[in-house]
Design a protein around this ligand. Sequence first.
Ligand SMILES: *Cc1c(COP(=O)(O)O)cnc(C)c1O
Length: 397
Amino acid sequence: MNTIYADNAATTKISKTALAAMLPCFEENYGNPSSLHTVGQNAAEALFNARRTVAECLGCDPKEIIFTGGGSEADNQALLTGAELGARKGKKHIISDAIEHHAVLHSLKRLEKLGYEVTLLPVNGEGFVDPEDVRKAIRPDTALVTIMMANNEIGTIEPIKEIAEICHEKGVLFHTDAVQAVGHIPVNVKEIGCDMLSLAGHKFHGPKGVGALYARKGLLVSTLIEGGAQERGKRAGTENIPGIVGMAAALKEATDNLEANMAKITKLRDRLIEGLSVIPHSILNGPRDKRLPGNVNMCFEGIEGESLLLLLDQKGICASSGSACTSGSLDPSHVLLAIGRIHDVAHGSLRLSLCESNTEEEIETIIKAVPEVVDYLRRISPVWQDLQEGKRTYVIQ
Ligand SMILES: *Cc1c(COP(=O)(O)O)cnc(C)c1O
């Protein structure tokens, strides 16, 4: 049985280009970039080139890139930076929204314990933050606004350019978690006008455990990991050269092929949405437009997302019920609740996230398999029985 991998929002397969770029970093260029000898200096050169590549792809200066241990770390560092810079001026209010990744939401919880006040803006039924809500929420003591560029569960692409403009008008720092966006849709930090932006290598066919924080020149970034002077003192620890080099190669490849990949993946996505929408009592989560090219997320009434996943896995289809972090816990997704799905419906969710190596044939296989599994699960579901007998009313028409 061939495996169909449709969980690219959780992580991606490393690209051949990225892997090929990494191998010499293990076998020849294994030095420590801080060492003065040739082997070390070769590693330092690889680091320099990788930083230049990442900066070129994002449209910024290499000095504005700090390599981190992944997307979560970049988010943590960005929020700490915004919080500490604000505190120096007596500003301890932070604005975010209800559908952020837990790397942001849990960082905000920590800051609340440290005496910061957090406003979490609501989103509409498609997951959009209203920029006017941001404007209204900004106070004289607002230190930071952090709104994600694209949502990892439902694919909503937020109006961050408008939000960044409002923040700058008001003199407030703006960070965006662009982990799902970078390598998938155009991301140019100067065009967006953000002060900070987070990304992670493994979401665009790079290696895991490596990411980057873009921080606008002149911004005093807080140090999360104390120690040596690596990353201009902003992130101590011997650099993950293979990871950084692999991430840079993957980002360059994704950037070079962005238009073609977007067109291809969007077509697959739309066919998948069309094919699954015929399932009775199903609903698409997130918008039709302004949606990540590879994201499909739907709820099917009367079933459990986890059972659906396991049965699809038996058919060789790898999907997700939401974010990888929520799976394994019984709480329904905070994102689905925020867009107005009730608990029961939110439990019956399925996320399929595609990449450029998925094929039309795979999409047709999924379109055939999902209704079969949904139908099977409904036949054995007491909830579905009640719905059918009119003892309960359908929430999804
Ligand atoms: C995956 C993800 C993260 C976390 O990145 P890691 O590299 O896994 O730490 C943060 N934000 C979003 C939106 C993500 O999709």
